[in-house]
Design a protein around this ligand. Structure first.
Ligand code: SAM
Length: 385
């Protein structure tokens, strides 16, 4: 007997990736491999018949849900533990005076180069940049940090963050940064083009009067009142793909260490081993006795953390709230761990109704890169409180 309704929906597969956002103004101000698309949020809002109300993304990444909600006229609240995500979400969802932006861009690009007194000590930062590019990046960073208007400052900084990585030897491969020496384009030209393009984007970008709030926060304890959320549209870290904070080390170390209130990433889902024993008995109850014992040990911290995050979503949602959650299954040498099913079981045990699971993408899970051990699904979980 099938426990949940699993429905194949491959035509929505690309929407679970960031790729469609690459051609979307404002959404594409920073590339986030782990992100999903604006179109997915639009379709879920339509499926949930959301006309007004408050949408939560407790793992907001670079703010795609929040920005899409701003276009749809829905209030949104986003939280993430990653400084690159929270910073980008804020910059993308603010309102700007484009005339002021253009003037500031012009004076930044015209600024006469002065050799910076000090270059960053960080090993990775030094390795991924040719010296003259690093000097340019530090020079522009120093200029930007002197700007009193923080909205303008952050807008320029996001543009610099975006192009600096393109003008480096860094190559992001899964969870690691590799160094690939190659000719790099001149940073000043790239920055000018990027910033004017961003300012132009704003001219054609239609948003509505509503709140888009992004802040640092742990999805397992949200600063929200109970029963206040009408819908959740989100995507948590995927099992055994949890440690990608390192991939954004350059952006973080080079540009965000002087932005107020950027904490170090500590409370990442799947890393905590706190109170594991006490919490895994709760998990055991939610997943049917025997399931936990059959899972690879390394899945337990993830599942315990996700249990708490789902419990928290349940607390903040009002009765009747709809949830759309994109998640990928885990691939281990011993086989596939079906996170879509396990998280849905937890949801049911916490009081949600699992409407259905849409299967968006499927991939082989291999052992030693060649031997197939199963198929992993990337699924959209549709729940209701
Ligand atoms: C799959 S990504 C979400 C991407 C997002 N949907 C987007 O389109 O940009 C998962 C996010 O969860 C965040 N995260 C991990 N642990 C968290 C926690 N305890 N609380 C809040 N966010 C967390 C990560 O930093 C990451 O940005």
């Amino acid at each position: 007997m099938a426990e949940f309704k699993l429905i194949e929906k491959p035509e929505w597969g690309p929407l679970a990736t960031f790729i469609p956002n690459k051609d979307e103004p404002v959404y594409n101000w920073i590339y986030y491999k782990e992100g999903f698309s604006k179109e997915l949020v639009f379709r879920l809002a339509e499926m949930f018949s959301l006309k007004r109300g408050s949408v939560l993304d407790p793992f907001c990444g670079v703010g795609t849900t929040l920005l899409a909600c701003k276009q749809l006229g829905l209030n949104s609240f986003g939280f993430d533990v990653h400084p690159v995500g929270v910073f980008s979400s804020r910059v993308k969802t603010r309102d700007y005076d484009t005339e002021i932006l253009r003037q500031e861009i012009k004076s930044l690009i015209k600024a006469k180069f002065i050799h910076p007194h000090k270059l960053p000590d960080s090993g990775i930062v030094r390795r991924v940049f040719p010296r003259h590019t690093l000097e340019d990046a530090v020079f522009f960073h120093d200029q930007i940090m002197q700007i009193k208007n923080h909205d303008v400052r952050d807008f320029l900084l996001l543009g610099l963050m975006n192009v600096a990585v393109k003008c480096s030897y860094a190559y992001k491969d899964g969870a690691v940064i590799k160094v690939r020496k190659k000719p790099v384009p001149p940073l000043r030209d790239m920055l000018r083009r990027q910033l004017f393009r961003m300012a132009k984007d704003l001219g054609n970008f239609k948003t509505q009067e509503c709140e888009a709030f992004a802040d640092f926060g742990d999805s397992r304890s949200l600063p929200l009142e109970s029963g206040t959320i009408d819908a959740v549209i989100t995507s948590p870290p995927y099992l055994n793909k949890i440690e990608y904070t390192k991939v954004y080390e350059i952006e973080q170390q080079l540009f965000l260490n002087r932005i107020e209130g950027s904490p170090a990433v500590r409370s990442y889902i799947g890393l905590s081993l706190n109170r594991l024993e006490q919490d895994s008995s709760k998990l055991e109850k939610a997943l049917n006795y025997g399931t936990v014992k059959s899972l690879p040990m390394e899945t337990i911290p993830y599942l315990v953390d996700m249990f708490q995050a789902i419990e928290e979503m349940h607390r903040v949602c009002r009765n009747g709230a709809k949830l759309g959650i994109v998640v990928g299954n885990g691939c281990f040498p011993t086989g596939v761990v079906d996170s879509d099913i396990l998280l849905s079981r937890m949801a049911e045990s916490l009081g949600f109704t699992v409407d259905k699971i849409l299967v968006l993408n499927k991939r082989w899970c291999t052992r030693n890169r060649t031997e197939k051990v199963g198929i992993t699904r990337e699924s959209l979980l549709l729940w209701e409180k």
